[in-house]
Design a binder for this molecule. Structure first.
Ligand code: 13P
Length: 251
């Protein structure tokens, strides 16, 4: 059985004070909640504060990006070891905003994933097609390319330690959610691609989140699909009540 996992990607939002207030509100409701794995991914500046606040609760901490090198002259970057020191257990990699605005390729995402796993961080590896690609009938080829490229060389154990997030670019921040059937189809495709890279056991075991305009009103139906194992939540994760409702929809 795959345990559902719901992660809040706060993106470039929340000052440290705002982050503390949001996480305290989440703790009021979710501190002892075990049915679903709940991860919050604040901006780097708030990681240390949020890390302190989630200690001793069932809330888990994730970062939104990292560099593949361990240390060195990489101005502005953050290493896996630095994240581990703050008790981060997850790191989002290859988000479409990183791919689009910061030119991250599958090869870069793959290097980062390898480095994260080598430091015992669980990568949340994002894939997803643009609207143009969907309309051109390229969903299968784009997703296959992103999955094989981003996950290249990972062992079965490393893949099972990773989470995949399917986030159709056209559904991110637009209010346009993929229908549960559209999302399910791509999640099933991702399992087939993983099965071809490894085997059915790995394909069946890896967790695949859906992301893109998930709200309290559509979460239950999405999370009820057989191959959808939770969500990666953007806008709705910035509001405690919305995020809590989404988390509880995963039970
Ligand atoms: P929204 O939930 O705001 O559409 O963002 C999704 C996302 O990009 C999460 O990583």
């Amino acid at each position: 059985m795959r345990k559902k996992i719901v992660a809040g990607n706060w993106k470039m939002n929340m000052t440290t004070a705002e982050a503390a207030s949001l996480v305290n509100a989440l703790k009021d409701d979710l501190a002892n909640f075990r049915e679903v794995e709940v991860v919050v991914c604040p901006p780097f500046t708030a990681l240390s504060t949020v890390s302190d606040l989630v200690q001793g609760t069932h809330l888990d901490l994730g970062a939104q990006n990292m560099h593949w090198e361990k240390s060195g002259a990489y101005t502005g970057e953050t290493s896996a070891e630095m994240l581990r020191e703050l008790y981060c257990h997850y790191v989002i990699l290859g988000h479409s905003e990183r791919r689009h605005y910061f030119s991250e390729t599958d090869a870069i995402v793959n290097r980062k994933a390898q480095a994260a796993l080598a430091s015992s961080l669980h990568p949340i590896i994002c894939v997803g097609e643009t609207l143009q690609e969907r309309e051109a009938g390229q969903v299968e080829s784009v997703i296959t390319r992103q999955i094989t490229g981003s996950l290249a060389g990972l062992s079965a154990k490393e893949l099972l330690d990773s989470v995949i997030a399917y986030e159709p670019v056209w559904a991110i921040g637009t209010g346009k959610t993929a229908t549960s059937e559209q999302a399910q189809d791509v999640h099933a495709l991702i399992r087939t691609v993983v099965a071809n890279m490894h085997d059915a056991t790995v394909a069946d075991g890896v967790r695949i989140q859906y992301g893109g305009s998930v709200k309290p009103g559509n979460a239950k139906e999405l999370f009820g699909m057989p191959d959808i194992d939770g969500g990666l939540i953007g806008g709705a994760a910035l509001d405690a009540k919305s995020f809590i409702d989404i988390v509880r929809a995963a039970v």
